[in-house]
Design a protein. Sequence first.
Lengths: 115, 115
Amino acid sequence: GENVEQHPSTLSVQEGDSAVIKCTYSDSASNYFPWYKQELGKRPQLIIDIRSNVGEKKDQRIAVTLNKTAKHFSLHITETQPEDSAVYFCAALLYSGGGADGLTFGKGTHLIIQP
Amino acid sequence: GAVVSQHPSWVICKSGTSVKIECRSLDFQATTMFWYRQFPKQSLMLMATSNEGSKATYEQGVEKDKFLINHASLTLSTLTVTSAHPEDSSFYICSARRSGRETQYFGPGTRLLVL
């Protein structure tokens, strides 16, 4: 099955600086890579996702890059703000249109934005 | 939108009792729903995939007789934790996915405490 590694486990940055979180996956067939933000005690919220036919995707201050050859993908947050503080999870799956294809999550990164 | 609700949001029960958790997609039809479990300060672990009108698919190590899943309609899946024990105490989160789309939307979670 799929295995997703995520680094770092904790990341502390100054407000206004950029943050980068990296993930690697094991199954080269995986074709969908979402990123979720989870605040304490709340549901994971999708912040951005990327499919395997795309190398990069950007949405305002958030961007994701995918390197299929190396089997890794990264989340980039620019101009960080205090409200960006949360736990971020990467995930991967092989989406086949149906069946048992749940997400495999990384262990999470606790992002701390220092004022 | 894509709104998923869960009920109850938290439950405390005695060891040996059964607990039912409901997951509903409020504004879309979900042919597939997923159940995850999250222990404190850990990642989300997929327990099972619930397909409308068919038996659930369980991940390795998850006891299907202990965690009963029913997906009776396109908007409702239920998870019943039978004969709950203190080690079953956790945060249970469902997600739902539209037919033909890979994006999963998460419910707010149910915090279960077994005494």
